[in-house]
Structure formats: C-alpha cells, structure tokens
Design a protein around this ligand. Structure first.
Ligand SMILES: Cc1cc2nc3c(=O)[nH]c(=O)nc-3n(C[C@H](O)[C@H](O)[C@H](O)COP(=O)(O)O)c2cc1C
Length: 340
C-alpha cells in the first residue's frame, strides 16, 4: 500500500511550512511506535565505501529537511543510508520572515528562502544525540555561518561549528552555497574559498589526530557557476585534498519555470527543474577531479532513472529532498535498490 498517495493531498492542502513540521512530527512518532518498519525496504543492502566511511546504501537525505537534527532515526527508518542534518550555525536564528517556502507543483519543484533557521550548534547537538538512537547509517552535519557574521569573519563561525560537531558527525559538510544568506556564495570565490577551507582542513587534521577519529569534510557548491569557476574550485579542492564535493545546492535561475506565477519569488529553486543543471555540474566536476575526490550528487532526483543519471554523470552517492516531498518514501525504496 502506498500510504503517501493518501497523505499527500492532505499535506498539500496545508501551507508548505506547516506541512513540513507535521510530516517531521509524524515521522518521529511513527518511528518511535515502530510503524515505519513496514516502509523499510526488504531488499538486500547495497553497501558502498566513500570518504573512507561505510555507507549502507548510496541514498542520503539532503540538508535542510532535518535542520534541527531531531528526526535522524525517523529518516533512517524509511531507508536512507545517510542523513545530513543542518545547516547549523553557531547561534540559533529564526531565518527569513514567512512565507518563505513555496511548492511549484506543476514543475514538481520548491522555491525556498528559509535563511538557515536553526537552533544553533549546542541545541542541535543535543537533538542529534537523542534522535540518532537506533540509526545505523552515516550521519553528516552540515555547517554554515550566522546571518550577521560578515564573510571576513566567516571562518570563526565554521571553525566553531566544526570543533563542536567533530565528536558527533561521521562527516561534516561545509555549506558555502546557499542563496538565502546574503553574500554566502562569495565564499566560493577563489580568495575566500582558500581562506576558509585551508584552515578548516588543517583543523580537521589536528582534530582527527588528537581524537583518533577520522571525520571527512565535504564542501557543498551551487549549480549557478560557469565551467571556469568550477575548474578553479576543483583545482583548489584537489590541492587542499577535500574529502568530497556535494553538488548541488538550489539554483537562483528561473529559466525552467519562467512561465510560472511563483517564478518571481526570491530564493533557491529545487526539484525537477534543477535536475539537468545539477547533472552538468557533476559531469564537469567529475571531468576535473577525475576520481580523486568523490561527488555526492543532489538536485532534482524524482525517479530511479534520475538517480542512475546522477551516478553515470560521476556521483558516488546521491541525496534527495524535493523528490521525497512529491513522491513520498516509496521513492527511497526504489532508489536504494539501484545496483551499479
Ligand atoms: C526547503 C529547503 C531547505 C533547504 N535548506 C538547506 C540547508 O539548510 N542547507 C543546505 O546545504 N541545503 C539546503 N537545501 C538544499 C538541498 O539540500 C538540496 O541541495 C537541493 O534542494 C537540491 O536537491 P533536491 O532537488 O532533491 O531538493 C534546502 C532545500 C530546500 C528545498
């Protein structure tokens, strides 16, 4: 039975942010009561080793759905092999004024300008410790900077979160590509990227050595760069031996939904209209990085075919957000059965 066929019209009748909170609470409750166990795929596991970590399968939850880290085992229970929580900043912040989340239903897409609403790293880590109980997959913690921190001091925010998260994360994702924190994407320019990532990688080495725990670092990039910019960043990633690249975040382009009444809403566009662009970026990165640095492919996966295209473009792992909102948990069941 595909219960999401019944749940979706109800959820879609609510405003998008309310539906989001209801879904998370429902999933948490269902997992605690053991109801999600019947959703858990019966198929055999498809384990894969990436960044030195053993993933039970290639399919992960993309950042932004479990921003506060309080539904990890819930998402694990519907089949995700890895869950990336966050983006989390040093201090709690409310994010942008509502409304800030829009369903672009005709295109199976979402526009969001949430703006890193999150409880801050201390509270998020408390949530994470509770909500990961029973989760046997890989946990990524995605970190960012507070809205009021200027880019010149962004490193302090990332280092603060990095040090706090190191003990709890299997990998740490460095988000420098959200379009909803003013100026954040400037951190992808060569000067800022080097000034941020070189000290972070040094800190990683130091902490890994001190603790004996290897926590790889993945950097998340946007889909709106041209090939020269991608090449410049790829060179830097290789030089600094970044452990993985997550491609991509949401797009600010409205090219594929220009006819839609919501196309003027500010924010990042995700879902089907992002799929082809994200694949192009992954292919370009793959050509630059060869197989030296693994790519986590994300953007518009809505079917098994979409996921296979991401893997053919060069992704070693994949992540999903918007597809889950439109298709429900059955999408995850389909995706984890993919064999390479
Ligand atoms: C409502 C919403 C909030 C998001 N928040 C974050 C975030 O906090 N940090 C981040 O790195 N990506 C965030 N993303 C981007 C997703 O992780 C993903 O990169 C993007 O949505 C493309 O994947 P999709 O087409 O499967 O949704 C968010 C996406 C959506 C739709």
């Amino acid at each position: 039975m595909n219960f999401y066929k019944i749940a979706r019209p109800l959820l879609f009748s609510l405003n998008a942010e309310r539906a989001h909170h209801l879904t998370l609470s429902g999933l948490r409750l269902a997992q605690k009561l053991g109801i999600t166990s019947f959703l858990r795929p019966k198929s055999k596991k498809n384990p894969v080793k990436v960044m030195g970590l053993n993933f039970p399968n290639r399919v992960g939850l993309a950042a932004g759905l479990d921003k506060s880290g309080n539904c990890i085992a819930g998402f694990g229970s519907i089949g995700f092999g890895f869950v990336e929580v966050g983006t989390i900043t040093p201090h709690a912040q409310d994010g942008n004024p509502k409304p800030r989340l829009f369903r672009v239903r005709e295109h199976e897409a979402i526009i969001n300008r949430m703006g890193f609403n999150n409880p801050g790293i201390e509270r998020a880590l408390n949530n994470i410790q509770k909500s990961r109980k029973g989760f046997d997959g890989i946990l990524g913690i995605n970190i960012g900077k507070n809205k009021n921190t200027p880019n010149e001091r962004a490193l302090d925010d990332y280092l603060h979160c990095f040090r706090k998260a190191h003990n709890y994360a299997d990998y740490i994702a460095v988000n420098i590509s959200s379009p909803n924190t003013s100026g954040l994407r400037e951190l992808q320019t060569p000067k800022f990227a080097r000034e941020l990532l070189a000290p972070l990688m040094n800190e990683k080495e130091r902490l890994n050595e001190d603790t004996g725990k290897n926590v790889p670092v993945a950097v998340k990039i946007d889909p709106d760069m041209d090939n020269d910019q991608i090449k410049g960043l790829s060179d830097l990633f290789s030089e600094l031996q970044i452990d993985a690249v997550i491609a991509t975040n949401t797009t600010v382009s409205r090219k594929n939904i220009s006819d839609h009444q919501l196309s003027d809403e500010t924010g990042g566009l995700s879902g089907s209209p992002l799929n082809a662009k994200s694949n192009e970026v992954i292919a370009e990165l793959h050509a630059e990085l060869k197989s030296e640095i693994p790519i986590i492919g994300v953007g518009g996966i809505n079917s098994k075919k979409d996921a296979e295209e991401k893997l053919s473009a060069g992704a070693a792992l994949i992540q999903v957000y918007t597809g889950l909102i439109y298709q429900g948990p059955s999408l995850i069941r389909q995706l984890i059965s993919i064999e390479e």
